[in-house]
Design a protein around this ligand. Sequence first.
Ligand SMILES: [Zn+2]
Length: 434
Amino acid sequence: MATRESVKHMLYHIVDYYAPELVTIGTVLFSKPEYGFFEFATQRYMMRFLRELGVAPTTVARTGFVADIGDKKSTSVIALVADMDAVCCPDHPRSDAQTGAAHACGHHAQLVHLLGVCWALKVSGLLESLHGRVRLIGAPAEEFIQLDERLALRESGAIHFLSGKQELIHLGIFDEVQAVLSVHVAHQSPEPQLFLSDGAAGFELLRIRFPESRDPRTPSSLYRLNLLIRMLQLADPQGQRLRWHVLDREEDDTEGVLTLDIYFVEESRQAIQASIDQIEALVAQLEGLVHYRCIVERYPGYWPLRQSKDLHYLFAHNAVPFIGKAQVQSPPLLEGSTDLGDLSQWLPVAQPFWGGVSGHAHQADFDVVDKEAVYLWPIKTLLGTIVDLLWDNAAILHQVVARFQPTITKQGYLQEMERQYEGISRRLPGESGT
Ligand SMILES: [Zn+2]
């Protein structure tokens, strides 16, 4: 009779057998960067591949895809999520010459992981005997960028929420799912280290517009903007909680209004709210000083990420044979935010970060230096983790679910998001300062 370890080794052998193809797919996808909700070529590429493996994917969330493999009747469902989108980095050697998009966050590697896991499970035929289901999800638009384009998509009805996983939650794609797995590359880590962090901060965005006044007594919009920036510097002297930038509208003539984006990055929703209250008070103070109003728009960003320690434990257990114990690290918080944070409020989620990459996140020096660490070991580790979770009628998966403590129900989450998004709709262009 097959043992759990013999099943894992059978799967690892299949990954080894197809390793050259998987690395080639990684290299191809690295050179196919597309922006969030515009990953049409990536979607086609992935769906064609899945069909060749005998899987029937469907398109979802405009440019995403979803496919279930395994026992269709099983209620033991693990989601394997791959982000699909690139970032704006025209200087990157593999950037798209037309759009400036580049896979300088390494999301292309996640797509290889998804294909590799699917490939091994399909070829082995083992998933059927594991009595479980793996939901393969291609998630568009993880990066919170191109806000104007996304708002236009939302206005046209093409999307409902502004990020891929928020949209997938809204569409019910995670409804039957019991645990979520995904692997991200670790930037500036050429060694194949594994980082299992407790979580990541969340964020929200305030967009503040400074319309020009016809009244000559009103200070110019540039003066008012600089005054507010000075106030922000005083409020956050270390520059730790707030990140802001002035939107350069010179190239597109559509706005003609100076705009300041302020990102509130905090470890809890309460802390985000407190910071927003503080800055809204500063804006009111500014308005009182100059007797002229700004237009303030608030956009829901991402909820803080809470990683499942149980899933991390399983993942580390399965990674150690490849990288050794010394390479596993547990930093408290990840840099940046992710929309997996939204999911992690009501589902057990794990996104380990795996090295093998040199250079900085979202920058031109980002490169894959250890292809085995970036593309192949995560596939094997994901397979080992999936086998552990589903073994013995998914005994461990049920334990993970039983021990998980949600902060909110999915329904509660959606209600909260609708409430915040209603706020955006009311403040869409057309409104002006008084
Ligand atoms: Zn990323």
